[in-house]
Ligand binder design. Sequence first.
Ligand code: NAP
Length: 236
Amino acid sequence: MTRIALVTGANKGIGFAIAQQLADAGVDVVIGARDEAAGRAAAARVPRARFVQLDVSSADSVRAAAESLTALDVLVNNAGVSASGDGAGSTIADAALRQTFDVNFFGAVAVTQAMLPLLRRSPAGRIVMVSSSLARPALDTNLQLLGYRASKAAVNMFTVALARELAGTAIKVNAAAPGFTATDLNRHLAEAQPGWTPPPHTQTTEEAARVPVRLALLPDDGPTGGFFDRTGAVAW
Ligand code: NAP
């Protein structure tokens, strides 16, 4: 039977590449996007895809999106922001911290909770949290992005907690670190912070999509509750 996947924030960037690769793998993709015109344009470029309006930070939008679906096998929580005003822990503006958590953490939790009844009915439910290597407290970086890093660390905690809660069901929950990729999120790495040098190799969105897509298509004997980048399992 054809699998159905919902990808949030799929109108552009890594999310769009995830949607394309899932469609190439034979999955019917639902393109979640908060902007209708952008979402419909993206869906028109992905075989068999359809659009659903989905602002992950709006409870009404999340509820309506869930009600519009009748079946779901894969959820990719990809929508994310890096707020302007994010920065060092000593100075970060409250608004930037809250905006980042609203989308990256509370949004991902809300969408997952809304979609869980459908995923529980799937013979092989898969939940992929698009996290980041910046979620790792141990990461050796002087990049000052407390809001972004803390929100992704919270996403990782959600991944572990939900995977444990759903152990014994057919649902697998894993987090992906796609790797540094020049996208709108980081202004295509054009405005690096003083003293911070972007990694020499930045990858394409197609390359970044591979880890989340692999986790979305895990076989029944695949892992759950893990954190993965392109090289394999990552230490939390
Ligand atoms: P991007 O091109 O800016 O895409 C972000 C997507 O999220 C867009 O579709 C955006 O929609 C959507 N979005 C933002 N707020 C939303 C909301 N409230 N509701 C629904 N959708 C919303 O950035 P990207 O780099 O592809 O990021 C995708 C994911 O990868 C994010 O979770 C990010 O944290 C993660 N990631 C990125 C990198 C990197 O180096 N780029 C590295 C590690 C992890 P609009 O077009 O409407 O704004």
